[in-house]
Design a protein around this ligand. Structure first.
Ligand SMILES: [Zn+2]
Ligand SMILES: [Zn+2]
Length: 274
C-alpha cells in the first residue's frame, strides 16, 4: 500500500482486500492525508486478530508517530509491526519477485517517491528442448522454468538458458506522492509501465501549485514523456474539481495515455514480452 489516508479501512472493506494478507505500507511524507489512516488500520487489524507481521516504510518521523500511537491509544497488538525509517535513497526492500526503491521528491516538507519494480522473469520454457536433452518431465522441469540450473540423473548439468528463451523484463510502477516536478524523476521513472503522479491543481494555477509543493497536469505529462513511461495516472486531485476532465485534457496535450485516478480504479498492466 502506498500512503495510508483516513478512510482506508472503509476502502479496504469495500475493495474486499482483507486485513490479514501479507502487506507493506509505504508512506511518502508526514502529512495527515497520507498517514492518518495508519492508527485505525493497525487497531482494526489487531481487533481481527491479525498474526502476520506488518512492515511500514516512511521518512524520518514515522517511528515517533507510531510509537506515540502505541503508547497513548489503549489497544493490544496481536502482530508485530516493523517500522523502517528511510535514511537513504535507493533500494529499501527486496522480496522474491520484486524490490522497492525510493528517491527524494520535492514537496513543502521532506518527502519521497517510490518505485515498485518486478524482477525479470525467466525466459519462455521450451519443452521440446528439454526433451531433446533428456530432462525428465516433472520437478526438474519446474526447477529449470524457475531459472535454476539442474543436474540430470546421469550427472549432466542443464542450464535454464539451454531450454528457455532470454529472460523477460518485469513491470515497474512509480508513485510520486505529493511533489513539485523534480529533475531526478526522469531517471527514476525511466520506462515505467505506470507513473502515478501528483496533479493537484490545473495548469491555470501553476504558481499556486508551486507554492503548495504540488504539480499540474502538464507538468506530470511532461515528466511521463521525458521518462518514456507507458501510462500516466493523475492523482491527488484537489476537491475543488467536480469535473476532472479539464485536468485530463491538459495532460493529454503532452501525453496521450493518461487517466485520472478514481476510487477502486483497476488498471491491468500486461507483462511485457521481449
Ligand atoms: Zn503533502
Ligand atoms: Zn497530500
Amino acid at each position: 500500500m502506498f500512503d495510508c489516508g483516513e478512510g482506508v479501512q472503509r476502502q479496504i472493506i469495500k475493495a474486499k482486500t482483507g486485513f490479514h494478507k501479507k502487506m507493506k505500507v509505504f508512506i511518502t511524507h508526514m502529512h495527515g492525508d497520507h498517514l492518518l489512516g495508519l492508527p485505525g488500520l493497525i487497531q482494526t487489524m489487531a481487533l481481527l486478530d491479525r498474526q502476520r507481521r506488518l512492515d511500514v516504510y516512511g521518512p524520518l518521523g514515522v517511528v515517533d508517530f507510531l510509537e506515540c500511537i502505541k503508547k497513548t491509544v489503549q489497544f493490544s497488538l496481536t502482530f508485530p509491526i516493523e517500522i523502517h525509517e528511510i535514511e537513504e535513497q535507493g533500494k529499501i526492500c527486496e522480496e522474491d519477485g520484486y524490490f522497492v526503491e525510493t528517491i527524494r521528491s520535492n514537496h513543502v516538507i521532506h518527502s519521497v517517491a517510490y518505485a515498485f519494480v518486478e524482477k525479470p522473469r525467466p525466459g519462455r520454457f521450451y519443452p521440446n528442448k528439454a526433451k531433446l536433452l533428456d530432462v525428465p518431465e516433472g520437478p526438474l522441469w519446474s526447477k529449470l522454468q524457475k531459472g535454476h540450473q539442474t543436474e540430470l540423473p546421469n550427472g549432466r548439468i542443464v542450464k535454464p538458458e539451454d531450454v528457455s528463451g532470454p529472460s523477460r523484463p518485469g513491470r515497474k510502477i512509480v508513485y510520486t506522492g505529493d511533489t513539485r516536478p523534480f529533475r531526478q524523476l526522469t531517471r527514476f521513472a525511466r520506462g515505467a509501465d505506470l507513473l502515478v503522479h501528483d496533479s493537484t491543481l490545473d495548469d491555470t494555477l501553476t504558481e499556486r501549485a508551486e507554492d503548495d509543493g504540488h504539480s499540474t497536469p502538464s507538468q506530470a505529462a511532461k515528466n511521463a514523456k521525458k521518462a518514456k513511461a507507458k501510462r500516466l495516472v493523475l492523482t491527488h486531485i484537489s476537491a475543488r474539481y467536480d469535473d476532472t476532465s479539464v485536468l485530463l485534457e491538459q495532460a493529454k496535450k503532452t501525453f496521450d495515455n493518461t487517466v485520472v485516478a478514481e476510487d477502486f480504479m483497476k488498471i491491468e498492466i500486461p507483462l511485457p514480452e521481449n
